[in-house]
Design a protein around this ligand. Structure first.
Ligand code: MSP
Length: 645
């Protein structure tokens, strides 16, 4: 029977704007769920929205809206974003739904029955924006430690005996080193518990919004207390006969801000108090920062996932699905569990070009175009070479090890490492040279490149589902549906008809920043003002011209040559062949400007050494009024290595 796994994600407040920070929690859950499904697990993946906060009611009222309609509308907006970003949830739970209300009240009653809830006077400070209680001594300059406004609250309320679970929690955390991940956060939780856990007020005066306390309609359940219950409500607890096939959760994904006080202490204590099993692990990811600050609606510094994807789709003419994968790639490749990550639009573009347009795009294009070029329109009937088989197995292993630790960025790096291996493999096995010499090893090299690509399709699938589909289509195979297929020769049978390569990620033209304004210069001599065509031209015939062979090439590496401040050592791909060219364009272009760009190269110049470095060709550039280079490039993406006439 399939292994059952449950993946839970923290549910966003509906008064917030869905941004790439809170989508990270759901995306992490999604990659985990997709990976576990690929491993053959029977996965239950929960997402949802947190709707009972007082601030949500206030936000609705501020707009003169009915709160139920208001939350339904915003919850739907989140759901639409989850759908568009391919969050493959099995359940979307809303905390205003009947099933959640029922579970929250049942859990409250259970804890009451078990003696973990008592009544008393609550006096203290309440931060409405994070729905958190604070003591006087917690405040900083009269505000919450996060700098939010607080209100004085004095009410007869119910308390949860959190303090009673201190030892049990400590014991559990100690006995289960992977209960809280990553390790630095686990240590933070341990020191928080060591300072002593205080009982927590779990009700508020009923403001006409929220889940009524069973038998006490004048009170509602504290929103964090009810929100945490969503995880078990989602499994169908307490009524559904099969709820215990979905609980305990295998993994709970949260952002670092809601780990210590809520998911690593209060939530497990509630479960212990109710006699319910604890989840296996809670993983906290770092924040996505924008301009050095946590992305948040309150600060107004948010990047909206679909706006970012749609803008990319427009700039590159890719579909929204593929643009969403570019966003998924950015977030998964740069996310960190231990630290925060900084989002910049510039990095987003650079990563698109470097990892997707260049590495993944070239890998696909080269493997398919080499096969077709050397007469293999179907997968050859020979085994792949040991080097390729080993690279696939190593990447697969590294991916699995990373995912076992929920280190998604490391898993992404294992998949992209395999894609980069392919480039090096093709360069070192030089199939064009094997073809020239009619070397029988050519077929094995072609098979190897295709098998590496097939394995890469399987590995990127949990991360970039639409891209993986496009890769499978071009390789002429069904999508990888089980982990065991990755690296299995049977997953790409001999005779499979290969499609012609189609670019999935066309390169993004990154606008150059406006140059720094320069000090006004002395007027230049007239002859430099307007570049003129030489007057004494030597005529050549068409035959002379035909001797010069031009081809479209793509720059894949650019490295400054030490001691030569004008020169770059470039590696360019001319079709499937890689060449080194030395070029004097360093003053005009940075390596980032160059990598991935298509250019025009003269390919039959006699090789020379420039500053001791071999140069096997020359690129074409126009000259600006100061003698600087303006690279010539095709007007639109040209087929790799296309002849220029
Ligand atoms: N509603 C609570 C969670 C209740 S779970 C029982 C909440 N909502 S939230 O909308 O503020 O955050 C939703 C998720 O997004 C949380 O995991 C939170 O940590 C995460 N993030 C919110 N802003 C974030 C960033 N800027 N960066 C990364 N994650 C962030 O908390």
């Amino acid at each position: 029977m399939a292994h059952k796994s449950t993946v839970c994600t923290a549910i966003p407040y509906v008064n917030s704007v869905p941004h790439i920070g809170n989508i990270l929690t759901d995306l992490s859950g999604d990659v985990t769920a997709r990976y576990l499904r690929l491993r053959g697990h029977d996965v239950f993946f929960q997402v949802g929205t947190d709707e009972n906060g007082l601030k949500i009611k206030e936000a609705a009222e501020a707009q003169g809206r009915d709160p139920y309609e208001f939350v339904a509308e915003i919850s739907k907006r989140f759901q639409d974003i989850f759908d568009a970003t391919k969050i493959s949830y099995d359940d979307f739970i809303r905390t205003t739904s009947d099933r959640h209300v029922r579970a929250s009240q049942a859990l409250f009653s259970k804890l009451q029955e078990n003696g973990h809830i008592y009544s008393g006077l609550y006096e203290g400070w309440y931060d409405v924006s994070t729905e958190t209680f604070f003591r006087e001594e917690d405040l900083v300059d009269g505000k919450s430690p996060d700098g939010n406004e607080v209100r004085w609250v004095s009410e007869e309320n119910f308390f949860f005996r959190l303090s009673a679970f201190e030892e049990a929690l400590k014991d559990h955390i100690e006995a289960n080193p992977s209960f809280i991940r990553p390790n630095n956060r686990r240590n933070e939780v341990i020191s928080f518990i060591n300072q002593g856990l205080r009982d927590i007020c779990i009700t508020r005066k009923n403001p006409g919004w929220g889940i009524p306390v069973p038998g006490r309609d004048d009170l509602v359940i504290y929103v964090w207390f009810d929100a945490l219950i969503n995880y078990i409500a989602s499994t169908g607890w307490p009524d559904a006969p099969d709820w215990d096939t979905k609980w305990p959760a295998t993994v709970q994904w949260v952002g670092k801000d809601i780990l210590t006080r809520f998911h690593a202490t209060l939530w497990p204590a509630m479960l212990l108090g109710a006699g319910l099993p604890l989840f296996d692990t809670v993983v906290a990811h770092g924040w996505v920062l924008l301009g050095g600050d946590k992305m948040s609606k309150t600060k107004g510094n948010v990047v909206r996932p679909l706006e970012l994807a749609d803008a990319l789709a427009e700039r590159t003419s890719i579909s929204q699905e593929i643009a969403v994968d570019a966003l998924r790639h950015y977030l998964t490749a740069t996310m960190s569990l231990e630290n925060d990550s900084q989002f910049t639009y510039e990095d987003f573009d650079l990563r698109y070009n470097a990892d997707l347009a260049n590495d993944l795009g070239n890998a696909l294009n080269r493997s398919l175009s080499i096969a077709h070029k050397f007469g293999f329109s179907t997968v050859p009937d020979v085994a792949p070479e040991a080097e390729a088989v080993q690279a696939i197995q190593e990447a697969k292993q590294a991916f699995a090890v990373a995912m076992a630790d929920y280190e998604i960025a490391r898993a992404s790096s294992a998949a992209f490492g395999l894609i980069r291996f392919l480039g090096k493999y093709i360069d070192s096995r030089a199939p064009w040279a094997l073809a020239k010499n009619n070397d029988p090893e050519l077929a094995a090299v072609i098979t190897s490149t295709l098998h590496v690509m097939r394995a890469a399709e399987g590995l990127v699938r949990p991360l970039l589902p639409s891209t993986a589909d496009a890769l499978a289509t071009q390789l002429g195979v069904e999508p990888t549906s089980h982990w065991d297929q990755i690296g299995d020769p049977a997953s790409l049978p001999a005779g499979t008809a290969l499609k012609n390569p189609q670019p999935i990620f066309p390169r993004l033209e990154i606008e150059k920043k406006a140059p720094e304004p320069k000090a006004p210069k002395e007027p230049k001599p007239a002859k430099q003002d307007k570049p003129k065509v030489e007057e004494t031209l030597t005529e050549i015939t068409i035959d002379d011209f035909a001797k010069v062979k031009f081809r479209v090439a793509r720059i894949v590496e650019a490295e400054a040559i030490e001691g030569a401040d004008k020169l770059y050592k470039l590696q360019v791909m001319i079709g499937e062949e890689k060449r080194q060219i030395v070029s004097g364009i360093r003053k005009d272009y940075t390596p980032e400007d160059l990598i991935g760009r298509q250019i025009i190269v003269v390919v039959n110049l006699k090789p020379v050494k420039l500053r001791g470095v071999d140069s096997n060709g020359m690129l074409l550039a126009a000259t600006d009024e100061n003698g600087g280079a303006i690279l010539l490039q095709p007007d639109r993406e040209a087929p790799e290595g296309a002849p220029v006439k």
